[in-house]
Design a protein around this ligand. Structure first.
Ligand code: CP
Ligand code: NVA
Length: 300
């Protein structure tokens, strides 16, 4: 039976912990020459631009012994009207897995239900589960634990925020989300995690939220596909900038995270992004290790 990784709900908390542990082993160089996916081919089907996801998957798949095949979906017959269903059935006969980055989350669900091979979510408008895996490894490395670490996400309740909420349920991270009214994370995801005992809270006031924070995390105010809302969003999120003043309200040893790419001087100042408290480059590196551990688990 094939397994997909569309959201963090597709894995158990034990599997989540196993991925973090295995990623840390791989990062330390263990099994560097093992090629568990030797002879396999994995497609990378991208509808949106990417630096980290694309390059870390291409590199990681190669390091696991498999062949990555990058496909800009505009160059497929999909772009000329071939259905997702037909495409999924056909490419399942060639490939051993697909990483896809697209807009609507329903597209990835349709691809998964029509494919006989594992489908991995490389970001949709609703979720970014691979990012949250790397984020949790980064926090674990920095703080030595995940349980009860106070993670405060400041900004738009977007795909990155939604996946952090699901990660909180798996890890016991104490997650606060500070966002303007109307820009909260997905209501169903939030409620489901809360109902299942996840430690997640919503705030309007970023200054109140970041008190006692161990980690301050932010993401762009204008996600891919929202470019037409740029001016409105810049006004609405103005008070949610992660800057020196906001950081000073957190614990003195708080770290700063951002999934990148950053819009400097918008959601975060360069002063904070480039400060010694920022771990964003380690966080980006950890995409490679956590995705390799996840692929080892998923692809047979
Ligand atoms: N964080 C992240 O997913 O980056 P890319 O958009 O560059 O892949
Ligand atoms: N929320 C951002 C994340 C980019 C990695 C976006 O969807 O564009």
């Amino acid at each position: 039976m094939k397994r997909d990784f569309l959201t963090l709900q597709d894995i158990s908390s034990d599997e989540f912990a196993a991925i973090i542990k295995r990623a840390s082993e791989l990062k330390s160089g263990k099994d560097a020459h093992a090629c568990p996916l030797m002879g396999k081919s994995i497609g990378l089907l991208f509808d949106k631009t990417s630096t980290r996801t694309r390059i870390s998957f291409q590199t990681g798949i190669y390091q696991l012994g498999a062949q990555p095949i990058y496909i800009n979906s505009k160059e497929l017959q999909l772009g000329r009207g071939e259905t997702v269903e037909d495409t999924a059935k056909v490419i399942s006969r060639y490939l051993h897995g697909i990483v896809i980055r697209t807009f609507a989350h329903s597209t990835i669900e349709k691809l998964a239900s029509n494919s006989s091979i594992p489908i991995v979510n490389g970001l949709t408008d609703l979720h970014h589960p691979c990012q949250a895996l790397a984020d949790m490894l980064t926090i674990w490395e920095q703080k030595g634990t995940l349980k009860d670490v106070r993670l405060v996400y400041v900004g738009d309740g977007n795909n990155v925020a939604n996946s952090l909420i699901e990660a909180a349920l798996h890890t016991g991270v104490d997650l606060a989300i500070a966002c303007p009214r109307g820009y909260e994370p997905d209501r169903n995801i939030f409620q489901n995690v809360k109902d299942n005992g996840g430690n997640v809270q919503l705030y309007i006031d970023p200054e109140e939220a970041v008190k006692d924070a161990d980690v301050i995390y932010t993401d762009v105010w204008i996600s891919m596909g929202q470019e037409r809302e740029t001016e409105r969003r810049r006004q609405i999120f103005k008070k949610y900038q992660v800057n020196k003043e906001l950081l000073s309200l957190a614990k003195p040893d708080a770290i700063v995270m951002h999934c990148l790419p950053a819009h400097r001087e918008e959601e975060i100042t360069s002063e904070v992004l480039d400060s010694p408290q920022s771990v964003v480059i380690d966080q980006a590196e950890n995409r490679l290790h956590t995705q390799k551990a996840m692929l080892e688990m998923l692809i047979r």
